[in-house]
Design a protein around this ligand. Structure first.
Ligand code: CAA
Length: 464
């Protein structure tokens, strides 16, 4: 049985910090954020928002848009790395909120869990729910997979430039109008690592930034190698001499902790794939340098990162490689449109890959490109660390969905935070009752209990 994404909706909080304000306050060159990282604005949650209400708002949008009733939904999964409870799963909060609109008990038989593996868990949730449908267990119902996160880093840390918040929900079923997943090719890689993690009770992660960048690329490359083997052995893709697996992906969506990470990761994968091909000779001639090799080519990530000579040469080589017309063509045609939303909104952890997919659909469609039959490759990464590579094909009915996509309208009017407002929100010094925007028809948090017997209980309302 076929299965895939029928529709997709987003919810982005209405507050943001602008990259120029951020850079000024932190004494940074704004060009580092805007051009170096590809960050223009970072969405910030209001005092009355948490990842559960972001997720519920996204779910309500997709249900109302598709005139779905609770009986149409057999499963609701929430994937997040911003969990606020060690036991009670976030999908239960989302169902509680949705039942304020659809009626008490309306989702009584809607199964689901919260999934966790840093930014990759949404991809595992999509895969598991796709297989629930493929196994004919869904009884004609659809699944909702929501990826929802608040990417918040310590004040003054290097990660603070790569914050953001928001939720993306995907409606999965057996007749997807948007994209059908390719069967039997989804591939993973996993390794016990500490590149980025958030110990119990800590609101912000512990991050080894450059280590995490390199680990991301290595793990995705390993998952891509495994995907390639499966794609060939299942007969999904036939790679002719002189071609690479990437030639068979019309679009590539990467996990985007910041927009430029997508370009960095694409360059890394393309180098890896092209190195074995006749075309590599031409590229090396254009660059005018040999490809640098670390002093210890079989060394650890630490040894590579501490090899200053190699790192400097590799940085230079990557820069020149990224400017070659051959790479530029791949970048512009397969990746660039997916980065637009990320630079306006920032890091969404689990949701950033899918915001990129959503961005790519809207902005490629606006170019007048016919997307039907195009294969989309996904490179998902979660710190700690696991990567997943998979693909899908855009379906004939996709225009029904994509023609109405309008990122700016869906984000809505936003308020640009002053530095003082940002600092107060970051330090959790704004009371829930003092929230800054009062948007109608949205779920908001109104209380988190502090009494011993009910500590941590959360109350939400739907703002009529
Ligand atoms: N003008 C133009 N460009 C500039 C510049 C300037 N004045 N100053 C620096 N730049 C460029 C740099 O050359 C660099 O570009 P390249 O990578 O193309 O060389 C870019 O801006 C960033 O500069 P640095 O690498 O010096 O930045 P940094 O070390 O201060 O911080 C970071 C970057 C490590 C990503 C940091 O923001 C961080 O720790 N972020 C959180 C961790 C993260 O996002 N990791 C990504 C992989 S892990 C993951 O993906 C999971 C997840 O979601 C977190």
């Amino acid at each position: 049985m076929a299965a895939g994404i029928d529709d997709i909706a987003i919810y982005i909080p209405r507050l943001y910090i602008d990259a120029t304000d951020f850079a000024e306050a932190r004494g940074l060159d704004p060009v580092k954020l805007q051009k170096g990282l590809g960050v223009s604005q970072m969405a910030i949650v209001d005092a009355n928002q948490d990842p559960a209400c972001l997720a519920a708002n996204a779910c309500l949008r997709i249900m109302q848009k598709n005139k779905l009733s609770p009986e149409d939904i057999g499963r609701l999964y929430v994937s997040t790395e911003s969990a606020f409870d060690e036991s009670k799963a976030m999908n239960s909060y989302v169902i509680g909120m949705l039942e304020q609109v659809y009626g008490q008990g309306a989702f009584e038989h809607c199964g689901g869990i919260e999934t966790k593996f840093a930014c990759v868990s949404g991809s595992y949730a999509l895969y598991d729910n796709t297989n629930w449908i493929r196994a004919d267990e869904a009884d004609g119902k659809s699944a909702l997979v929501v990826v929802s996160d608040i990417a918040k880093y310590d004040m003054g840390s290097s990660g603070e430039m790569t914050q953001g918040a928001g939720a993306v929900v995907m409606l999965l079923n057996e007749n997807p109008r948007l994209m059908e997943f390719d069967p039997k090719v989804t591939s993973t890689s996993i390794k016990d690592e500490y590149d980025f993690y958030r110990p119990f009770g800590k609101e912000t992660p512990i991050v080894h930034g450059q280590y995490s960048n390199l680990l991301y690329m290595i793990q995705v490359r390993k998952a891509l190698d495994a995907y390639k083997k499966k794609a060939i052995s299942t007969g999904l893709i036939k790679i002719e001499p002189g071609e690479t697996i990437l030639d068979h992906m019309d679009y590539i969506n990467m996990h985007l902790p910041y927009s430029n990470m997508g370009k960095k990761a694409l360059a890394y994968m393309v180098r890896h794939e092209w190195r074995q091909l006749p075309r590599w000779k031409t590229i090396l001639q254009e660059i005018g340098l040999d490809e640098p090799v670390p002093q210890d080519p079989r060394g650890t990530i630490e040894s590579v990162l501490s090899d200053a000579d190699f790192m400097a040469k590799d940085h230079e080589f990557t820069k020149l490689f990224s400017k070659t017309p051959e790479f530029q063509e791949v970048y512009e045609s397969k990746l660039a449109s997916s980065l637009i939303a990320s630079s306006m909104i920032g890091n969404l952890y689990t949701a950033s890959l899918y915001l990129g997919f959503r961005s790519s659909l809207e902005f490629e469609y606006q170019k007048g490109i016919d997307l039907e039959g195009k294969r989309i490759g996904f490179g998902s990464y979660g710190s700690g660390a696991s990567a997943m590579v998979f693909s899908g094909v855009i379906q004939p009915e996709y225009k029904e969905i994509v023609k109405d996509m309008n990122l700016e309208a869906e984000i809505g009017n936003r308020k640009r935070l002053t530095w003082e407002e940002y600092e107060k929100l970051h330090e959790n010094k704004v009371d829930i009752a003092e929230s800054m925007v009062h948007t109608k028809k949205e779920f908001v948090l109104i209380d988190v209990k502090t009494e011993t017997e009910s500590k941590g209980e959360r109350r939400y309302v739907f703002n009529e």
